[in-house]
Design a binder for this molecule. Structure first.
Ligand code: ASP
Length: 325
């Protein structure tokens, strides 16, 4: 028998209708959540640890970094073959990517959640827990980094993002597609993995830098938010640039001031797919940003670029942060 530890944290998957507040709230305990999944104890010997029971909107990178250590310690037990983390879907992709960068293990770590609460007809939570436990118990899923399993699909934490506010197939990997899927079979589902991620990264650090600001570029954006973040003590800043990796010329002075103040700046693309480029040379464009010491995030989304910069700033002196980008 294989032992899988399910760490529960809250979110829609643990939510139910509460008449007092006339809305959904996360109140289902970890034990009750797993007990409601038919067949889960057949898939593996399941142990439940409740880390929290909150909406994932309440989480901070510092708290998730602490959870990473707790999960890492439990994974070191030779009896444990893998773990599942149940999580609210709003920030699931950030926590999964944080775990992916920090935890250096071969054992499967699977994040899952749900788009429907247990109070709604046809909740996806129990099925997502069952398939996630199956993936965590499967030796085929080892060495692939942190996985995100929802709606019968297996995604790499680096690639996946929530693409829909309420649909069951909300989680997708727009750049590269899923790694595999859970396919129906007689008696038992089959885990079908079709590809392995090649660009896995790891950051060794005992600290995460919380003071990393986030600025989005839209038509006509100026330096107001950039300057405000620097004044407020930001150590790092992620700028979500236009699709090709450019910001407006009105942000250039602010970026220059931020760099002179010692703030590490990383740029990502606001387009759903692709990466920022350093081909255009006018003020605020990719070549200009590169020449001003701005880091480029490849095909990471903005929220994941921020997690990476926070960990990189925790791991290294600002001058050495560039090695991670
Ligand atoms: N607000 C919820 C959360 O992220 C949404 C969800 O789980 O789908 O915790």
């Amino acid at each position: 028998m294989t032992r899988v530890v399910v760490f529960t944290t809250g979110g829609t998957i643990a939510s139910r209708y509460d008449a007092d507040v006339d809305g959904f709230v996360p109140v289902v305990s970890g034990d009750d959540l797993v007990a409601a999944v038919p067949g889960v104890q057949v898939a593996a010997e399941v142990e439940v640890v409740e880390l929290a029971n909150v909406s994932s909107t309440f989480l901070t990178p510092t708290l998730v970094f602490e959870w990473c250590r707790t999960v890492g310690k439990r994974l070191a037990d030779p009896e444990v073959c893998g773990v599942v983390v149940t999580h609210g879907t709003d920030t699931l992709e950030e926590s999964a990517y944080l775990f992916d960068l920090v935890l250096d293990t071969h054992k499967p770590i699977v994040f899952t959640g749900a788009m429907r609460t247990s109070s709604e007809l046809i909740s996806d939570g129990p099925r997502n827990i069952l398939t996630s436990v199956r993936v965590a118990a499967d030796p085929e899923a080892a060495g692939l980094g942190v996985l995100v399993v929802l709606n019968e699909e297996i995604h790499a934490a680096r690639d996946v993002t929530k693409t829909h506010a309420e649909a069951l197939d909300a989680f997708q990997s727009p750049n590269l597609g899923p790694l595999g899927r859970i396919s129906r079979g007689w008696g038992e589902d089959h885990i079908r993995l079709y590809r392995a991620p090649r660009c896995r990264e790891h950051i060794t650090t005992d600290r995460i830098e919380p003071a990393v600001a986030y600025v989005k570029t839209v038509m006509g954006t100026d330096s107001l938010m950039i300057d405000a973040a620097v004044t407020a003590g930001a150590r790092g800043m992620v700028i979500e640039a236009f699709g090709g990796g450019e910001v407006t010329p009105f942000m250039a002075d602010g970026i220059d001031r931020a760099r002179r103040a010692g703030v590490e700046v990383a740029v990502c693309s606001r387009a759903l797919r692709g990466r920022p480029l350093d081909l255009y040379a006018e003020i605020g464009e990719g070549k200009w940003l590169r020449d001003h010491g701005v880091h480029f995030s490849d095909s990471l989304t903005g929220p994941k670029t921020r997690i990476k910069l926070m960990l990189a700033l925790g791991a290294a002196d600002p001058a050495d942060v560039g090695q991670y980008f």
